[in-house]
Structure formats: structure tokens, C-alpha cells
Design a protein around this ligand. Sequence first.
Ligand SMILES: [Zn+2]
Length: 500
Amino acid sequence: MSVPVLLLLLASLLQAQGTPPPAPLTLVSREGRRPVQTTMAGGQELIALDEVAALFQVAVREDTLAGGLTLTYRGRTAVVSVDRPMASVAGRVVALPSAPVRSGAGRRWLVPVELLPRVLGPIYDARIELRRPSRLLIVGDLRVPRVTARIDAAGPPTRATVEIAPAAPVNVTTEAGRLLLRVDADALDLGLPADGAGLIDQIRPGDQPTTLVVVLDRSAGAARAMPSEAGAVTRVVVEVTPAAVADAPPPAPPPAPAPESAAVPPLLFAPRPVLQTIVIDPGHGGDDRGVRGAGGTEEKQITLEVARRLRALIEARLGVRVVLTRDDDRTVGLDDRTAAANNSKADLFLSLHLNAAPAASVAGAEVFHLRLDQEGDAARRAADTDAVSLPVLGGARRTIDVIRWDLAQARHVDASAVLAGMLEEELRAHVTMGSRPLQEALLRVLTGVNMPAALVEMTYLTNAGEEGRVRSEEFQNAVAQSIFGAVLRFRAHLEALRQP
Ligand SMILES: [Zn+2]
């Protein structure tokens, strides 16, 4: 065989079998997402007609009389010409980029992917939209906004803009080292920059189909995101400042030329204290007794007693304002507790509880802070106000109200994790700890709180020995002292963060 003939053969093989495109198409529908394989040949992106038949439940047959391939769906028919780049749909002629070709040993028909919106779309009972740049094949009336991101300035501060068109509500949460943008849509049509710049390492798709992640550089400090709606577009402006100056006051203007002997001007203002107001939330109250021990001790009573001891300690030794979400035996809803904390512009929120377990032997203190990850995403998707059950000791599960869409706590999750760690360490020095002393959980009382927050389960009231102990002054003081110690450490932590 001569070389030219071999080349010709190779070329025709390539022509018939094609080469894979950069990525499969993603079919997005109410039922979910799935990849759809296509092939590139002769500059066209092609899809196997038998694949189309299987995907869309369309009957396909070669019709020699009609001189083409017929596609039939629920009695509606379109005919695709086999030798010309066109089709006939309900009496109208529709252009295609190329005619069908046969491929491979199976002699499968390959058709241009544009057949899906142009030929199948009109006879199908759902909208079919092909967005080739983003490799999306959208079936049905789904909200799939175009989401484009760009970095406007490397800075610092580093500035980036995310645009969502058509406009859609967007929720931004701050997590360790990243911002998570969650768009209220069915899917996203993403156009993202290949590289980061400045304090933004990367802007990439999130783990969920409607999320976008701004990955911050290790030297990044505070990151702010400001969503706004302008006409048909939602715009989110992201600004990232370096770690060292993130929480510092704005830099002073350069000093004016002055005689060498001039004294450094004194600082004319004292910075606002990092802790001005602390909210203590005694769990339960009124009709809601919380856990009840076998001996009749009620959670709501102990939480209030410890809260009062803690308030006295903090007020006497720190001179900080302390707000209790209830100071008597009253019923207070979770949202009212959150609102009380937010309205008082508190810097810290501590919720006090006593735990329960099916096994009477379980005992010890546990500290909870809010988690925001896949579990949070799953719970949030399940329903806005549904309950989620979390595993507890003894193999039982515990039902807790899950977080809502608007998560005030989201921006404080890192600080809250630090606070919870300090609480756990201080409690460990004074009381017995549970087998999982530090836990992340979806606790609804924490989610709407717009400040660092944690929840302490002092011990298990279902343990008979512990029930006796929790009423004692010794135990209550030990818990209050531990929490006070953690508040002191947390204040030092906040002050250290403020140093330039
Ligand atoms: Zn409780």
C-alpha cells in the first residue's frame, strides 16, 4: 500500500470516527444532569442518532421514500435529509451545519448537535436549548443564568466581579479561605477566568451545580462580597484585602514634610473594644422544659441558673454588657433569641443546654458550632425549615431544625470554630467531657446569629449521677468559670487579630 493511500485511509477513518470534543455536553433537566457524548468531525460537533433516540425517547428510522431519516415523537415527525444540510419540520425547512454522516462498523448515523434544538425541539414537548460555549444542553423551562466572572484588579485589594444574567438571587457565605456564591437557579452557565490574580487564587465551579467558589490566596485577609441588582443583571463585587491589614484601621496618610525634631502626633482615638456586648442564651424556658431528668430536674431551670452565674462573672470581671435571651421561666422562640442577639449588636453569642441520650451511662460536656459544608447544602436543599436528624451517642438520631437560606452566621463560622475550640479546652480543665467534645452541627439557634456563636451542652441530664451534680453550686460554678475563661481567651484572640 502506498503512503498517499494509507494517509487517505487514515484521514477517512478519522473523518468517520471523529475525535472527542474538549468535553462531553451536559444535559440538564428537571430529572438531573448527565453527560452526553459527542464527536468532532470535519469541524462539526456530531451526536449519534441512536443516542438521541435513547435520550429523548424518539423513534428514528431511515425512510427511503422520504429520502431521509424520520424522527417521530408522540405522533409529530421531522425528516432530516441524508445528503443535504437541512431538515423538514412540520412543513418548514430548517438549516443544519452539515448533513448526517455514517460512522464506524455499526454504520451509525451521526448528526450535527444543532439538530437537537432546531429539529427535535419543535416536535418535542419541552424546550431544548443548546449552549455550546458552556457545553450545556438544557431540556425544559429551567433557570440557567449565564454567570461570568472576571478579576478587575490584582491589587491589593484584589477586586473581582461576578455577573449573573438574567438576574437571580445570590447568597454569599464566607468560609475558611474561600467565598461560596450560591445562586438561586436550576443550573449555572459558567464563564470563568482561567487564572486568578492577586489575592484570588482561582474562581471555580462549586461542588453543587448552582455554586461558585472564589478561592482566596493564603495571604488573603478579609473578603467582602456585595451583591446588587442592576436591570436584568445581578452583580457581585468581591473585594479581598491582605491578611495583615484586614482588620486594621485604614492606613494613615503619609506624613507631611516636617522638621526633623517634630514629635510623632499622638493617637487621637481609642479603638472600639473588641467585646462590648455578650449574649447568653439559657436554653428552653416556659412551656418548653427541654430535657427532664429521672429525678425531675429540668434543663430549662439549670440553663438559667448557669446563665445568671456566668453573667455575674462577666459583668464583675470584664465590665462588658451581658444580655440574657430570657431572665425568667418564659417561653422564647429560637427566632426571638436570634433577634435579641442581633438587635443588641452583640459580639458573642453563647447558648447553654443540657443533653439527652437513650443510654443512661452517657455523660460529659460537648461544644457545638455551626457547620457549613455538603451536609449543610443537602439539608438546605431538602427544605428551608424542615428538620434534619443528626446522629447522637448510642446510635440514636436527634432531630434539629436546619438552617435557612439566609445564614447570618455564615460569615462568622471561622471565628465560631475558634471560640468553640477555646470553650472545649476550658471546659476540659473543669468538668468531664463527652466522647465527642467538639462538634460541628446544624443548630438552628446559631444560624441566624450575626456574631461568633457556640452552644454548650453542659452534660447529659439523662445520666442519674449527673442529674444530681448539675444542681450543685460546684458544678454550675465550674461551667461558668470555664466559659468565662474561654471568653477571656477569645477576647485576646480578637485583639490580636486587630493588631496591624
Ligand atoms: Zn436543650
